[in-house]
Design a protein around this ligand. Structure first.
Ligand code: SAH
Ligand code: F3S
Length: 433
């Protein structure tokens, strides 16, 4: 009988893909199958995130619960970014943990499984050409890693310390993976990397140096593939050629994530983001000129050390001028092994909370006003999820989440949907064609 695997995934889309890779390896090589209840599992994995402090605190309390209620002989493994940055400290603090596997070492999951107290966290380990076994949590959309690690050194960010230097996965492997997913019925691919439009900067082997724009062109030649999405591009690398390809290639979904972080050029400099407020606004202008229907989302950090009231006003100014369709906003959280950890000009926590609230209120107003205009409009939706109460949901090309009454027959199909009701995160519609 198959052994049971419970796996909890925190953090970003790359972690979700790492989880799929680990499930694939474990099911093919070790005969595991996924279960929903950790108390029944033979192996419990937690795929962690360390980008902000809170999830790291949560890890140890969760591990305690797993240990108390797990089956007597079940193993617990800690994987992902917190595994990379805390290493054997995890086993010191929680001695019942069987192994620790870093974000850049997931291909070794079946090895560490058999080595008690193994700690595999080499951030320079090269997995870029590893042939992972095949597992996808959705048959409709294929997540595909195109690069691992990150070469930037944003002063707030722990990722380069947990995922190591940037290496691109050879384009022929990416294209073969996309082709396989399309052959299995997926119509959409979602390309993943910490800095996708820096793709091609470094390959580990002797591979052809293809840049991101060329990779997009090559992928879009796959017959039967209808939608290409990606995250995250970096505003610094948004050159004209990339924006023009984005706008003119009909297979590329017209939704762009542009992580702003701050609207103040001074704060951006302290963050070592490599662009200014003006450059960011110029890129948005170019993007909107080439592609008026584009929706733009962003990430913003408030209260970075030294952020003055004026700096924060610059952030609000960019938010108003761009009118983002979605904002992921965070209070700055000091992280170990980052440059900003040592910055002493910290912002008062009450001021930080007030700024976050103000930013989120502004963003909500903008989004509500945009959504109100969508009533009666028609969007082409690719249905992917079966929801409760006989609803099926999917996304428009420009990333609006839309649900309609219907059954699983709609899954994996494209339909024209007219919007009949507005909600903040999901719109309701009816199929018109
Ligand atoms: N390369 C990715 C960033 C990964 S981290 C990208 O460019 O999108 C995801 C987001 O977490 C970042 O964009 C940033 O807004 C936020 N973040 C990263 N480090 C943080 C920190 N120390 N405090 C608060 N938010 C942080
Ligand atoms: Fe982090 Fe900056 Fe890279 S936010 S992941 S160091 S682009």
């Amino acid at each position: 009988m198959a052994k049971k695997l419970f796996i909890e995934t925190l953090g970003c889309a790359m972690n979700s893909r790492d989880t799929e890779h680990m499930i694939a390896e474990l099911s093919e090589k070790e005969d595991y199958e996924v279960c929903e209840n950790f108390a029944e599992a033979d192996l419990i994995l937690i795929n962690t995130c360390s980008v902000r402090e809170r999830p790291v605190h949560k890890l140890f309390s969760e591990l305690g619960v797993f240990n108390k209620k797990k089956k007597a002989d079940a193993k617990i493994g800690v994987c992902g970014c917190t595994a990379s940055h805390l290493g054997d400290e995890i086993i010191k603090r929680a001695p019942y943990v069987s192994f620790v596997l870093g974000a850049r070492n997931v291909s070794k999951i079946t090895e560490v499984l058999h080595k008690d107290k193994a700690v595999e966290i080499d951030i320079n380990y090269d997995e870029s050409e590893f042939a992972f076994k095949d597992f996808r949590s959705s048959p409709y959309k294929a997540y595909i890693n195109i690069s691992i690690g990150c070469d930037k050194q944003c002063t707030f960010c722990i990722v380069p310390k947990t995922r190591g230097d940037e290496i691109s996965i050879p384009d022929n492997l990416i294209i073969a993976e996309a082709q396989k997913a399309v052959d299995a019925g997926a119509r959409e691919v979602f390309l993943l990397g910490q800095n996708v439009n820096n793709y091609g900067r470094r390959f580990s082997g002797d591979n052809e140096k293809v840049n991101f724009t060329e990779l997009l062109r090559r992928l879009s030649r796959i017959e039967g593939l209808e939608r290409i999405r990606f995250t995250s591009p970096h505003p610094f690398h948004m050159d004209d050629e990339f924006i023009e390809e984005f706008a003119s290639n009909p297979k590329i979904c017209k939704s762009m994530h542009m992580p702003l972080q701050s609207g103040s050029s001074q704060v951006l400099k302290e963050m070592k983001r490599g662009y200014t407020k003006e450059w960011f606004l110029n890129r948005v202008e170019k993007l909107r000129a080439e592609c008026p229907e584009v929706s733009i989302s962003t990430d913003i950090i408030v209260a970075f050390p030294g952020e003055s009231d004026e700096d924060f006003l610059d952030t609000l100014d960019v938010v108003k001028r761009v009118g983002f369709d979605q904002i992921f906003s965070f209070k700055y959280s000091p992280r170990p092994q980052t440059e900003a950890e040592h910055f002493t000009n910290t912002v008062d926590p009450d001021v930080a909370s007030a700024r976050l609230t103000e930013l989120q209120e502004l963003s909500t107003q903008i989004i509500d006003a945009k959504n109100a205009k969508l009533l009666g409009k028609v969007f082409r939706v690719y249905f992917e999820d079966l929801n409760q109460d006989y609803y099926v949901s999917g996304r428009s090309d420009n990333n609006i989440v839309i649900k309609v009454k219907g059954s699983d027959e709609l899954l994996g199909t494209f339909r024209d949907v007219k919007i009949t009701a507005i909600g903040r995160t999901i719109l309701t519609g009816e199929i018109v064609a």
